[in-house]
Design a protein around this ligand. Structure first.
Ligand code: HSE
Length: 310
């Protein structure tokens, strides 16, 4: 590809324990990259997928980047020429780190740039959600919204695009453990019960409200008390070997909370500073080493920009 536009889109952590389908934040790393350019042949053409490409389809009807790019081209009435895409995956698919959302957001921003930016970034969210729907079977926005516009976001109603930025105290870092496993988001959603007991609903909504207050006021102890998932984590944690041990280690070292990232299998531990986050990441990985299981770890701050041109 001689010339083109390059866009990078961050990984995201959704749910954040008590905010199933309603809370998500963008990470500084890893990020997916997409390079694209106009070509004469109409439609979207994915000519290369490199990096963490396992389970990522080339077909534009099943690839989230292809779906988002196609939807935006069609919305803008662009039928005379096409777009060629090269995708560099740094966020593994099926990791719980918003891989499909990142590719979809990157593709939407890239096509918008090629079209000389007719839409605002937030107006691209519906096209990225088209990709998320095909990949996970649900139009939830807790990965797509923070990926696109950065920060910690509360999604009140994605069908109405009613979402809100939550201001978090500075200095928060996330320790992330990514086991060498793939969890299909659709499957991980499919195993959830459709009913929640009244008692759990009360605990979960109290925690979600308190977490937002804790974030807004910088009350780390309130954040710590609220980062608990009474509904989803108990139903999914069996997908992640030694989940309880990892969580115990993180909390014993001083993490504010530890839970499943999105649909899993990645786990996150929210920490009040970077050095602690590094120690927590090492301790979480040690659990897997003790059991001769493979996993990677990384530490990241909260990305406030979302998708950017590079
Ligand atoms: N909130 C979603 C879930 C994120 O937990 O299923 C997965 O994309």
């Amino acid at each position: 590809m001689t010339s083109g536009i390059k866009v990078i889109a961050p990984a995201t952590i959704s749910n954040l324990a008590c905010g199933f389908d309603t809370l998500g934040l963008a990470l500084d790393l890893p990020c997916d990259e997409i390079i694209g350019r106009w070509v004469d042949s109409p439609g979207v053409h994915i000519i290369e997928i490199s990096g963490e490409k396992k389970n990522i389809p080339y077909h534009v009807d099943t690839n989230t980047a292809g779906i988002a790019a196609t939807a935006l081209l069609s919305h803008m009435g662009e039928t005379g020429r096409g777009v060629e895409l090269k995708i560099r995956k740094h966020i593994p698919g099926g990791s719980g780190l918003g891989s499909s959302a990142a590719s979809a957001c990157a593709a939407a921003v890239l096509v918008n740039e090629l079209l000389n930016r007719p839409l605002e970034k937030r107006e691209l969210i519906p096209f990225a959600l088209d990709g998320e729907l095909v990949s996970s079977g649900s139009r939830h926005g807790d990965n797509v919204v923070p990926c696109m516009i950065g920060g910690l976001m509360l999604i009140r109603d994605i069908l109405e695009y009613d979402y809100h930025r939550v201001y978090a105290p500075s200095g928060l870092f996330l320790a992330v453990l990514l086991p060498d496993l793939v969890v299909n988001t659709r499957d991980s959603r499919g195993l959830l019960r459709q009913e929640v007991s009244l008692q759990d609903m009360v605990k979960q909504s109290a925690n979600l409200g308190a977490l937002i207050i804790g974030m807004n006021t910088g009350d780390l102890d309130l954040i710590h008390r609220s980062l608990e998932d009474h509904v989803i984590e108990p139903q999914r944690k069996h997908l992640i070997p030694f989940f309880d041990q990892i969580k115990d280690r993180a909390l014993n070292l001083g993490a504010l909370g530890c839970s499943i990232s999105g649909a899993g299998p990645a786990l996150f531990a929210l920490c009040p500073e970077k050095l602690l986050a590094q120690n927590v990441a090492d301790a979480m990985k040690q659990v897997y080493e003790e059991h001769h299981l493979g996993a990677r770890t990384f530490v990241s701050g909260i990305n406030q920009e979302g998708v950017i041109l590079k």
